[in-house]
Design a protein around this ligand. Structure first.
Ligand code: TNX
Length: 541
């Protein structure tokens, strides 16, 4: 790598550190194949393919001429081999090296692909553009695995057949706590897509910020998108996304096989909503103010007994449906403080009318109502799982509370729910990476080291048949202490590498020892892309 390209001091320091680690651990053996997530079948041949041409032709059979694929491939080939790409409408039949892209309907998984580099041909097959995209990501990492490729211009022949273990592979972003500009969200998407995550859970509203512009409710952003400095940043935070911003992100993500799933968290975590529109509270308070404190208390929820709330929430769902074409919609449901409902005449009248015994059951009532609205807009609801509630049948719950896996899995199985696994003890990327790395965080934050994250099996040892209802995995990146994109990347990588493998690769093909060895080149790749990360210093011991 050219040192002069790494202009930032910190980056240089990281590079030196990384090279030192490389030397100390003898991490990368000559033919180590550094693909993350590990493909589910890879056979490296003992024969070399030598790239002795200045250009390589590419053809598409059964697919359109995909401009993003062309652009990515061209830059990969330029960078690794100094070769440029030329488009051919039919596959090359001469003995020259060529790339053929083919539609193959026998590849059942729409994200699956087959990549072979054999006998002068790079053949990439998929039944869908998602598979093509993933094949290109794998090709890039495969070429990178040959440390002398730029000089020797050769790689071993290989046959890769690959498809994901889980169909739902998500990272979560929380612009409500610290706003994340569109250009930074795009950078985040670029990288997550490269590591084969396919869902960005976008937490658009919380106690500390409202990020969705709604023209009919201007106070949501006029008031709800601004807050005072927190103990972690020291400056005023503000920002929101217009409809156009969000549509731009949706398109950008979809080209990279990422679906954006929005979330507006109700009935708790709605402090900014109640600041902007106090009439939706049980006890309207016009003096409310959004702020992040060291240990903020659970704020008052919206008033479930106020019928006007439901038409407001329908407007929100309608707005989201106009922007986000995806099927899934997260409506939160976590950490609700029911004290206000117990004292609120409207909530108590509703409780009597609906014949409910406990105040908590008002939440089940709310979710049933919201589900009816969501179905009208063809949305499939997702909830943060909290014990003791009745969720609408067949919907998705997210397992998040630490050490509750068994009970949530049993609940989801028995009640025919779909389950996303994001347990705190493996997936909370806002937790510190080591005990000595708790800067900017509140004291209660636990430690979640890379190795622990790697140990996560989202199906908890259950067979494929017994874990059918587990649709995938999610990492959460709560934003209270994430003040900018550099911090965001620092908290995400390399732990997201570990989770990408947990989501994509079958357990029998995963190994911590091999993963550790693959890490080095991947971290170098981040450096080359100007992405901040936390060096895994524990591994150097
Ligand atoms: C709990 S996890 C929350 C978030 C906080 C997070 C801090 C969940 C569903 N709710 O609102 O940001 O803890 O780790």
């Amino acid at each position: 790598m050219e040192l002069k390209r790494l202009n930032n001091k910190n980056t240089k320091r990281k590079l030196v550190f990384s090279l030192l680690l490389l030397y100390m651990c003898n991490w990368v053996s000559a033919q180590m194949i550094n693909i993350i997530p590990e493909p589910n079948s890879i056979k490296v041949e003992n024969k070399w393919m030598i790239f002795n041409q200045e250009t390589i032709s590419i053809s598409f059979q059964g697919f359109q001429k995909e401009s993003l694929i062309l652009k990515q491939l061209d830059s990969i080939l330029q960078k690794q081999l100094g070769i440029s790409l030329t488009y051919n409408s039919t596959p090359t039949t001469t003995n020259e090296i060529a790339i053929n892209i083919e539609k193959d309907k026998s590849i059942k998984n729409k994200e699956g692909y087959s990549l072979s580099i054999i006998d002068h041909k790079i053949l990439l097959k998929a039944s869908n553009t998602a598979g093509l995209f993933y094949g290109i990501q794998t090709l890039e990492q495969y070429l990178m695995s040959f440390p002398n490729i730029r000089k020797e211009k050769k790689v071993k022949e290989v046959q890769i057949e690959d498809a994901p273990r889980f169909g739902y592979r998500a990272l979560m972003l929380d612009p409500a706590r610290h706003f994340i500009p569109v250009k930074d969200v795009k950078r985040y998407i670029d990288l997550m897509a490269h590591y084969k995550f396919n869902t960005l859970h976008f937490h658009l509203a919380d106690d500390h910020g409202w990020c969705l512009e709604m023209k009919d409710y201007p106070r949501l952003t006029e008031i709800g998108s601004k807050r005072d400095a927190s103990p972690h940043d020291g400056f005023l935070i503000s920002g929101f996304y217009t409809k156009e911003d969000l549509k731009e992100l949706v398109n950008y993500a979809s080209l990279r096989n990422v679906e954006i799933m929005p979330e507006i968290d109700i009935p708790g975590h709605g402090h900014t909503l109640l600041t902007a529109y106090p009439e939706f509270a049980c006890f309207p308070d016009t003096t409310l103010k959004a702020e992040i404190t060291e240990d903020y208390p659970h704020t008052a929820p919206i008033c479930i007994g106020n019928p006007k709330f439901y038409s407001f929430y329908e407007d929100i769902i309608k707005t989201l449906a106009e922007i986000f074409p995806g099927h899934k919609l997260h409506v939160g449901g976590d950490e609700v403080n029911t004290e206000h409902w117990a004292k609120c005449p409207k909530c108590q009248a509703l409780k009597t009318k609906e014949n409910l015994k406990e105040d908590e059951e008002l939440m089940d009532y709310l979710f049933a109502k919201v589900n009816v609205i969501a179905e009208k807009y063809n949305k499939d609801l997702v909830f943060w799982y909290e014990g003791g509630h009745k969720y609408p049948k067949g919907k998705t719950v997210t397992l998040w509370r630490s050490n509750t896996s068994k009970q949530v899995i049993d609940y989801a199985r028995e009640n025919h729910m779909k389950l996303v696994c994001a347990p705190g003890e493996y997936c909370y990327l806002d937790y510190a990476q080591s005990a000595t790395d708790k800067h900017y965080m509140p004291k209660w934050i636990p430690v979640l080291p890379l190795q622990k994250v790697y140990e996560f099996d989202p199906a908890y040892g259950l067979s494929k048949k017994d874990s059918k209802f587990i649709i995938g995995i999610e990492t959460t990146m709560w934003g209270e202490s994430i003040k900018d994109i550099d911090r965001l990347f620092y908290m995400t990588y390399p732990r997201a590498f570990a989770l990408s493998e947990a989501a994509w690769t079958k357990m029998k093909h995963r190994s911590w020892n091999i993963f550790k060895q693959k890490l080095q080149l991947q971290l170098q790749y981040l450096l080359e892309r100007g992405v901040n990360y936390r060096p895994p210093i524990e591994l150097a011991k």
